[in-house]
Design a binder for this molecule. Structure first.
Ligand SMILES: CC(C)(COP(=O)(O)OP(=O)(O)OC[C@H]1O[C@@H](n2cnc3c(N)ncnc32)[C@H](O)[C@@H]1OP(=O)(O)O)[C@@H](O)C(=O)NCCC(=O)NCCS
Length: 179
C-alpha cells in the first residue's frame, strides 16, 4: 500500500502536517525507537518492523476514514519531527476520535505539540465535521496532559486503556470557543 507524501493536510506557522508515506520509515523509526518518547505507550519503544506496521495502518486509516496520523514536518528545515493527527478509537462501546501527538525529543518544549493539537482540533471540527474529540493520556504524562488542556480539552474520567490507568480528555465542538 502506498501514499503520496506530498499531500498537505494542515499548515501551521511552524509545521506542515501531511500524509505519511513509506519513505517516512527511517525518520519515524528513529523517533519511535527512543525510550523516552515512548515512555507512556504500553508497547514501549518500537522496532523498525513495528513502525513499518504503524505506517501501513496510518495509510490504511487515511484511505478508510479520510483522516489519520500525519507526518509533522518542521517548515524551517523540512525534517519530519513527529506524527500527529486523528485516530478512531472504540472506547467502552462508543466510537470516539482521538487527537494524538508524538514529537521527537530534540523538538520538545517549543510549543510545537500545542500548535499541532490546536490545528488538528479545528480541522476535526471544521473540515471533517466531528462533534467531539478526545485524548487518552497516561495519568503520569504531564506534558501531554498540559498540551490537551491548552487545546481546550478537559479531563472527563479515568479509564483503563491497554492495561494503563489513563485520563480521558474531551472537548465538544460547542465548547471550543470557551477555552
Ligand atoms: C507530549 C509531547 C507531545 C509534548 O510536546 P511539546 O512540543 O514539547 O509540547 P509543548 O511545548 O507544546 O507543550 C508542553 C507543555 O507541557 C509542559 N510540560 C513539559 N514537561 C512537563 C512535565 N514533566 N510536567 C508538567 N508539565 C510539563 C510544558 O511546560 C508545556 O506547558 P506550558 O506551555 O504551559 O509551559 C511530547 O513530550 C512527546 O512527544 N512525548 C512523547 C509522546 C507522547 O507521550 N505523546 C502523547 C501521548 S498521549
Amino acid at each position: 500500500m502506498s501514499q503520496d507524501a506530498s499531500t498537505l493536510v494542515i499548515g501551521t506557522p511552524r509545521l506542515a502536517l501531511r500524509h505519511l508515506a513509506s519513505e517516512d520509515l527511517d525518520a519515524l523509526a528513529a523517533i519511535q525507537a527512543d525510550p523516552e518518547v515512548m515512555r507512556y505507550f504500553p508497547s514501549g519503544p518500537r522496532s523498525r518492523a513495528e513502525t513499518l506496521r504503524d505506517l501501513e495502518r496510518c495509510i490504511a486509516l487515511q484511505i478508510e476514514h479520510g483522516f489519520s496520523l500525519w507526518a509533522a514536518i518542521d517548515r524551517e528545515d523540512g525534517r519530519l519531527i513527529g506524527r500527529c493527527g486523528l485516530l478512531p478509537q472504540s472506547l467502552q462501546g462508543r466510537q470516539e476520535v482521538e487527537i494524538a501527538y508524538l514529537i521527537a525529543r530534540s523538538s520538545w518544549g517549543r510549543g510545537l505539540a500545542t500548535e499541532a493539537a490546536l490545528a488538528i482540533r479545528d480541522h476535526g471540527f471544521d473540515a471533517i465535521g466531528l462533534d467531539r474529540l478526545v485524548s487518552i493520556i497516561h495519568r503520569d504524562n504531564l506534558a501531554s496532559r498540559r498540551v490537551a488542556e491548552k487545546a481546550g480539552l478537559r479531563p472527563e474520567r479515568m479509564i483503563q486503556f491497554m492495561n494503563h490507568r489513563c485520563w480521558l480528555y474531551a472537548i465538544d465542538r460547542r465548547d471550543r470557543g470557551r477555552h
